[in-house]
Design a protein around this ligand. Structure first.
Ligand code: NAD
Ligand code: LMR
Length: 332
């Protein structure tokens, strides 16, 4: 059997982690033959709660789980880590935008970036979930200069899954029949869910989503707004931010990073921009990517019309503003 993979989950006593840990532990992400060491990080006042989570994980008696470490010390959690789910951060409440969390959360990612830089494997693969996810990922990478920038990503897979589910429901097809929906930009209300390059399988025939939906007005307005506002709608209804769906999306993202994308299909991930599609280099921007051998690459050559261009630039402008505010906060 392979050596255990060392997997960090931060915010391990919180609500997303409660769903995430079970899926990771039973092999949904790293495969049914990959033993795991789970490195669970939370803050000191949450250690008793975290201990309860550890008891439950033990009581699941999952054969893949070889060891569980619960700690409030990032250097213990990140020691020789292979993968990290960065969930630990404050969630927003009703009426807030995700960027309102910047002041409260960005320093967490500075400190944890510094810890990862010192003790994690240089090949560690990191997904940032804690909001504002794109900017936190950018900051974490900045403070972990010895780890390649390509190893830092942020989660927009929840937005992709939401968009896919809206289209599937509109067309009365299964979620799995909708592919290649793109999320461009920030995991925020300026994100651009784009179906211009997406396909749907209808009775065994592949057609583009715009052809199948036949309602440009819906795709340009209600659809985009529903996806952009879905996080807020869940908070309004549940009085808590999304957790089960967020955990599932984090698993999808990390699974695809490890196992690759299928054929010509692509998925969306927040990755460091290299200037593709005219987006400022160095922003953590959600792009369509293909993944092979645990390496992502941005899908090139997609046609971008005027409508898309404006939306892609608006979300990039918000990311620039967020990054400047975050850098000022970290340097203060
Ligand atoms: P939660 O409040 O239930 O849990 C957060 C946990 O993080 C808590 O246990 C808290 O003690 C811990 N924490 C706080 N500071 C920490 C630190 N410095 N180190 C380690 N742990 C720390 O929140 P949740 O619902 O699990 O959400 C977590 C984050 O994920 C929030 O920022 C939320 O907005 C974000 N989120 C992002 C997405 C996405 O699509 N990117 C989706 C859902 C939620
Ligand atoms: C989500 O998209 O559900 C999360 O980012 C939580 C939020 O604040 O919307």
């Amino acid at each position: 059997m392979a050596e255990p993979l060392k997997v960090v989950v931060t915010g391990a006593a919180g609500q997303i982690a409660y769903s995430l840990l079970f899926s990771v532990a039973k092999g949904d992400v790293f495969g049914p033959d990959q033993p795991l060491e789970l490195l669970l990080l939370d803050i000191t006042p949450m250690m008793e709660v975290l201990n309860g989570v550890v008891m439950e994980l033990m009581d699941c008696a999952i054969p893949l789980v070889k060891n569980i470490v619960a700690t409030d010390d990032p250097k213990v959690a990140f020691k020789d880590a292979d993968a990290a789910f960065m969930v630990g951060a404050m969630p927003r409440k009703e009426g807030m935008e995700r960027k309102d969390l910047l002041k409260a959360n960005v320093r967490i990612f500075k400190a944890q970036g510094q810890a990862a830089d010192q003790v994690a494997k240089k090949s560690i693969k990191i997904i940032v979930v804690g909001n504002p996810a794109n900017t936190n990922a950018c900051i974490m990478s900045k403070y972990a200069p010895s780890i390649p920038k390509a190893n830092f990503t942020c989660m927009t897979r929840l937005d992709q899954n939401r968009a896919q589910a809206q289209i599937a429901s509109k067309l009365g097809v299964s979620n799995g029949d909708v592919t290649n929906v793109i999320i461009w930009g920030n995991h925020s209300s300026t994100q651009f869910p784009d179906v211009a390059h997406a396909s749907v399988n209808i009775n065994g025939k592949k057609v583009t989503v715009p052809e199948a939906v036949k309602n440009d007005n819906y795709l340009k307005n209600e659809f985009i707004k529903t996806v952009q506002q879905r996080g807020a709608a869940v908070i309004k209804a549940r009085k808590l931010s999304s957790a089960m769906s967020a955990a599932k999306a984090a698993c999808d993202h990390m699974h695809d990073w490890f196992f690759g994308t299928k054929g010509n299909d692509f998925v969306s991930m927040g990755v460091i921009s290299d200037g593709s599609y005219g987006i400022r280099e160095g922003l953590m921007y959600s792009y369509p990517v293909r993944i092979k051998n645990k390496t992502w690459s941005i899908v090139q050559g997609l046609d971008i019309n005027q409508f898309a261009r404006e939306k892609m630039d608006a979300t990039a402008a918000e990311l620039t503003e967020e990054l400047e505010a975050a850098l000022a906060e970290c340097e203060a």
